[in-house]
Design a protein around this ligand. Structure first.
Ligand code: FES
Length: 265
């Protein structure tokens, strides 16, 4: 065998032994927590939801957006040395050493049945559907439980006084997690009551948006039929490009803001 061939022979190639890379351990401290009474060690800084998952629990229900907006993950917890039972959204609250936690499953609060089209803006309609509203003793436990910082008790008081608009505006940030109800010993389902208040406010109290009515009329009269037909035949890529390049309304736009391209206005 020639020297050249020898060089090419795979058997002649020296296999370099890979350098052993030392395992780099992330510098995360583990802290003890108790999930439904059982002790686990979980990395600090995790949310209650992630800590429970780290401990091996799997969420099939009681978890939705993971971003504090769907209200699905109500959880109770207690800190060491404190008798108080506290509540939080599991996807928002972070673990603390020796914390005891358990997720609240679906909270079966009273939800009135109604035909919305038949309701007026008379406060008596709400009173009839939710007579327990008057069981509120103004203890304010609901407000303390709200992860959204809503003045829940004030909104209930507004509703009791027949001020549907005030109740709707005060509860506007409600995410229907039901934690207020879980702490209410008057057995009120504040979040369902407020939802009704917001529906009545939006449909019966707030003035109609004129520009919306105008737009619906224009659509019904076929003003946009041609462009919609045209768009139906555009290829997906082109459609995506059109969408990405569309002129968006700036966050700070005033009421009179209009697009530069006025073709379809
Ligand atoms: S998962 Fe939606 S609020 Fe927590």
């Amino acid at each position: 065998m020639s020297a050249k061939a020898k060089k090419k022979s795979p058997t002649a190639t020296k296999v370099k032994k890979e350098k052993e890379v030392p395992e780099v351990k992330p510098e995360v401290e583990l802290i003890p927590v108790y999930v439904m009474g059982k002790r686990y060690e979980v990395p600090e800084g995790l949310t209650l939801m992630k800590a429970m998952e780290y401990a091996g629990y799997k969420f099939i229900r009681g978890c939705g957006c993971r971003g504090g907006t769907c209200g699905a993950c109500g959880t109770v917890y207690r800190k060491p040395g404190n008798y108080k039972l506290q509540v939080a959204l599991a996807c928002q609250k972070t673990v603390e050493p020796d914390m005891h936690m358990a997720q609240i499953p679906f909270f079966p609060a009273n939800r009135a049945q109604y035909e919305f089209a038949e309701l007026t803006s008379a406060p008596e309609e709400v009173f009839k559907l939710y007579p327990e509203l008057f069981r509120c003793v103004a203890c304010n436990a609901c407000t303390k439980a709200c992860p959204q910082g809503i003045e829940v008790m004030d909104a209930s008081s507004a509703l009791k006084q027949g001020n549907i608009a005030e109740a709707a505006l005060l509860s506007f940030e409600c995410i229907q997690c039901g934690l207020c109800t879980s702490r209410c010993f008057g057995e009120l389902a504040q979040y369902h009551m407020f939802q009704l208040a917001r529906r009545i406010y939006g449909a019966r109290i707030l003035p109609r948006a004129e520009h919306l009515a105008e737009m619906i009329k224009a659509i019904n009269e076929g003003k946009y039929d041609d462009i919609l037909d045209e768009l139906k035949h555009v290829k997906k890529d082109e459609l995506q490009k059109l969408y990405q390049e569309r002129e968006g309304e700036p966050v700070t736009a005033g009421e009179d803001w209009k697009t530069k391209d006025k073709t379809y206005l």
